[in-house]
Each structure stands twice: as C-alpha cells, then as structure tokens.
Design a protein around this ligand. Structure first.
Ligand code: HEC
Ligand code: HEC
Length: 265
C-alpha cells in the first residue's frame, strides 16, 4: 500500500516536471511577424511602459532590470529569441513570463525593444580596466562575492551582474546597499532556546528546519523546534556602503567593470 502510494507520488512528480519543462521550452509555433512600422513601434512603446518600464526603466534605460537600449543584448540572438524571452521570461531570474500578453502584442514590444537598440548608446563614465583593480584591491569584494569561479558566498554571485542590472542599480548597490537588496535575498537571525543567536543569509526555509549561511561562509541547518524565533531582517544588507571609502572616479571605474561582467568567461 505504502509502496503504491510512493509510486503514485513519484509518477505525479515526474508528470509535473514534464509539464513544467514543456511550459518552459515549448509553446505553439510563433505566429508570423507583422510588418514593422512606426505604428507597431508606438504600440510597443505603450505596452512596454505598462508592462516592462517598472523594471527596465523609462525608455528601457535600466532600473532593477538591465538597460535594453543597447545594440547587442547578451541573451538575444534574433527577433524570435527576443520574442521568447518576453513570452517565457528567464528562468531563475526576476525576469517574469509575459502571461498577460497576446502574441501580437509581444511582436509589438519586440519591435519597440529593437528600436531602442538603434539609439545612441548611453556613454558610460569610468574605465573598466581600472575598475577591475578597484574590485581586486579595495573594499574586499571577493570576501563576500563569487565571481568567475572564486570568492565568498555571502552576497549574490556577480559573474553575470552586468547582464542582469543597470548601471544606475549598480551605483545604488554600492552607495546604499540596503536600498537595493535583490528579491529573494534575506538576512535572518535565528534565536536558539538557550539564547544563542545565529546570523546569516537564509538559504532554505521549510516547515521544520531553516538553512543559514553565516558570515564566515559556513552552512548551518537548524531545527525549528530548537528555536524560539527566526527574525527576518527584510531590506537589511550585510554589505557596507562604499560612499565614503571609494572616490567618485573609483566608483565610476568599478561600476564600469561590473557592467562588463556578462557571464561566459
Ligand atoms: C519584475 C521585473 C521585470 C519585468 C516586469 C520585466 N523584466 Fe525583463 N528582465 C528583468 C531582469 C532582472 C532581467 C535580467 C535577468 C538576468 O539575466 O539575470 C531581465 C532581462 C530581460 C531581457 C534580456 C536582456 C539581455 O541583456 O539579454 C530582455 C530582452 C527583457 N528583460 C525584456 C523585458 C520586456 C520586453 C518586459 C516587458 C514585457 C520585461 N523585460 C519585464 C526584470 C524584469
Ligand atoms: C560583507 C560582505 C560584502 C562585501 C564586502 C561586499 N558585498 Fe556586495 N553584497 C553583499 C550582500 C549580502 C549583498 C545582497 C544584499 C544587497 O543587495 O545589499 C550584496 C549585493 C551586491 C550587489 C547587488 C547585487 C544585485 O543582484 O543587485 C552588487 C553589485 C555588489 N554587492 C557589489 C559589491 C562590490 C563591487 C563590492 C566591493 C567593492 C562588494 N559588493 C562588497 C555583501 C557584500
């Protein structure tokens, strides 16, 4: 009996996995693209302002999400790949699926985003080569951040941060870290029944246990029955502000360097 139950559950889980895989990688064939003209682009802008500008900024110049007003987007190869990103989102990131959008609306948005790539690119102050030196020699960034195969784990990985965030967001993250905490990142303090406190980044929070990475990069699995409280420190960051420790030039150089980190190296 128990075995049949387990088997059923296994089949259910497998079926679910197949369905969600299909949702991720398959859809009906993309309908033929309408002619791109001024009207399509204007309609696309209106849709973009409503659905996308909240994350990608007005004119797609970037906010929490990356700047889209660039001739080459790191995840886009052609019009159809752009269509699919808007339709299906990017798994494992804050880029959502375009549930509410019809295919023809997605083509309009595609036309608008493509038109942004033809505008003059925003000039970036700062020198990425000098910025790499700032990263390596000042601020101890690598103690907390994983980058291209090494570093600490307390903060988020930075190997693709330039593709994921705008320059404005990167500046804000360095000046005022607690104002720019990424979704899903949470500092917690777990208070043990005997009064001991454990601080760190929440990795997993289940009904019976919580997993925390402490500030020396060690993992801890704590049983909730042993704890009196888990304090969720929403909007708090363990990253120091660099407003006072880096000069304006160093800050611009560092941001220019972070903007070049697009993964794949
Ligand atoms: C909730 C925030 C959010 C919304 C809403 C959102 N995006 Fe995004 N988008 C992101 C983030 C964050 C990324 C970067 C993901 C990554 O690569 O880590 C992204 C990535 C992208 C990319 C890939 C960029 C590249 O460099 O290849 C495109 C294109 C894009 N978004 C277009 C859109 C469009 C068009 C809309 C509206 C239909 C939209 N996004 C709505 C957050 C958002
Ligand atoms: C003491 C650990 C620590 C140090 C040192 C540190 N960071 Fe962070 N960093 C974090 C944590 C934790 C977060 C996530 C919460 C937040 O956004 O403030 C973060 C967030 C970020 C983000 C935003 C990530 C995102 O997805 O939006 C960037 C960019 C960043 N750090 C860059 C740097 C750079 C560059 C340095 C060195 C000048 C640095 N950090 C030093 C811990 C640290």
């Amino acid at each position: 009996m128990a075995q049949t139950l387990r088997l059923c559950r296994l089949i259910a889980v497998a079926a679910l996995a197949v369905v969600s895989l299909a949702a991720q990688f398959e859809r009906e064939p993309i309908p033929e693209r309408p002619e791109v003209n001024e009207q399509e682009i204007a309609d696309g802008k209106r849709l973009f302002d409503g659905h996308c500008a909240g994350c990608h900024g007005p004119g797609g110049r970037g906010a929490l999400g990356p700047n889209l007003a660039k001739p080459k987007l790191s995840r886009v190869t052609d019009a159809e790949s752009l269509f699919l990103i808007v339709d299906l989102g990017i798994q494992g990131t804050e880029m959502p699926r375009g549930w509410q959008l019809h295919d023809l609306e997605i083509w309009k948005i595609t036309a608008y985003v493509e038109s942004l790539g033809k505008l003059d690119p925003e000039p970036l102050p700062g020198d990425p080569v000098a910025g790499k030196r700032v990263y390596e020699s000042k601020g101890n960034c690598a103690a907390c951040h994983w980058l291209n195969g090494s570093g600490g784990r307390q903060g988020p990985e930075l190997s693709e941060i330039g593709a994921a965030r705008s320059v404005a967001h990167l500046h804000q993250a360095l000046l005022e870290p607690s104002a720019a905490v990424p979704r899903g990142f949470l500092l917690v303090t777990a208070i043990h029944k005997d009064g001991r406190r454990m601080e760190g980044v929440r990795l997993y929070d289940g009904p019976f246990s919580i997993q925390i990475r402490d500030f020396s990069d060690e993992l801890h699995s704590l049983m909730k029955s042993e704890l009196t409280e888990v304090v969720k420190r929403e909007g708090e960051s363990s990253m120091p502000s660099y407003a006072a420790t880096l000069s304006n030039t160093e800050m611009d150089d560092l941001v220019a360097y972070l903007a070049t980190l697009q993964g794949g190296s």
